[in-house]
Design a protein around this ligand. Structure first.
Ligand code: SAH
Length: 223
């Protein structure tokens, strides 16, 4: 029997296509209906976004540690946030705050023309960039910065996905939405976070709650 080489792109055994198919079936059972999102999660090798020691758990529907106290988000939450920003059509330019492992950015990059992502921890960003290169994802631009300010030089964005929690919606990010853009972010104190979707319509910003979540905090400054 062939032995899986470290970080095989296609994956074998616990990191195989069958494992991804099972994950997609589970997401569907839990109410994810967007075929575009399910299609990408069924193809993208999530096991390459975690440490080799955790690769066998990459297709469980769970968050996993990526070092430095951070986590790759649970696939269900990635699917839900991605479907939320695709709801009214495909956004052309998307900003993600909190690159982490790079998985959410990679999912987005398979679905929209241009992704920008910012991360405050240099070491995580470096590893995520290697993954983007290895997978040939050329439509992701990334920056080592505090995402509280967004990426003003590159805005406005048709969608913004925030993958770390703040007590309140971050005003500079709302201002970087295009006229009909939408933002999805975890909001609220630790232990009582809600996923919030904000839809901008000109000078009106309408928000709705999409359910309880548990993200690491959005922190100030870079390291
Ligand atoms: N989207 C990630 C999950 C990220 S976990 C993935 O798919 O793997 C949250 C990430 O947000 C962490 O990497 C954390 O360092 C980062 N983060 C926290 N506060 C931030 C800030 N102010 N600006 C940019 N990134 C931030």
């Amino acid at each position: 029997m062939a032995v899986s080489s470290a970080g095989d792109v296609s994956g074998r055994g616990m990191t195989s296509q069958r494992a991804r198919d099972r994950l997609v079936a589970r997401l569907r059972e839990h109410g994810i209906e967007d075929q575009r999102v399910l299609g990408v999660i069924g193809q993208l090798p999530r096991h390459l976004f975690v440490d080799e020691a955790l690769a066998s758990r990459a297709y469980e529907d769970t968050a996993l540690p990526i070092g430095l106290g951070q986590f790759i988000s649970q696939p269900y939450i990635v699917a839900k946030m991605t479907a939320a920003v695709l709801r009214t059509g495909v956004p052309q330019r998307v900003l993600e705050v909190g690159t982490g492992s790079g998985y959410q950015a990679a999912v987005l990059a398979c679905l929209v023309p241009q992704v920008h992502t910012v991360e405050r921890i240099d070491e995580l960003l470096y590893t995520a960039r290697r993954r983007f290169r290895r997978l040939g994802l050329k439509n992701i631009r990334s920056r080592h910065a505090d995402g509280h300010v967004g990426w003003p030089e590159e805005g406005p964005f048709d969608a913004i996905v925030v993958t770390a929690g703040a007590d309140e919606l971050v005003a500079p990010l709302l201002r970087q939405l295009s006229e009909t853009g939408s933002l999805v972010a975890p909001v609220g104190p630790a232990g009582a976070q809600e996923l919030v979707r904000v839809q901008r319509d000109g000078e009106a910003w309408r928000s709705e709650k999409l359910g309880a979540v548990a993200f690491v905090p959005l922190l100030a400054g870079v390291i």
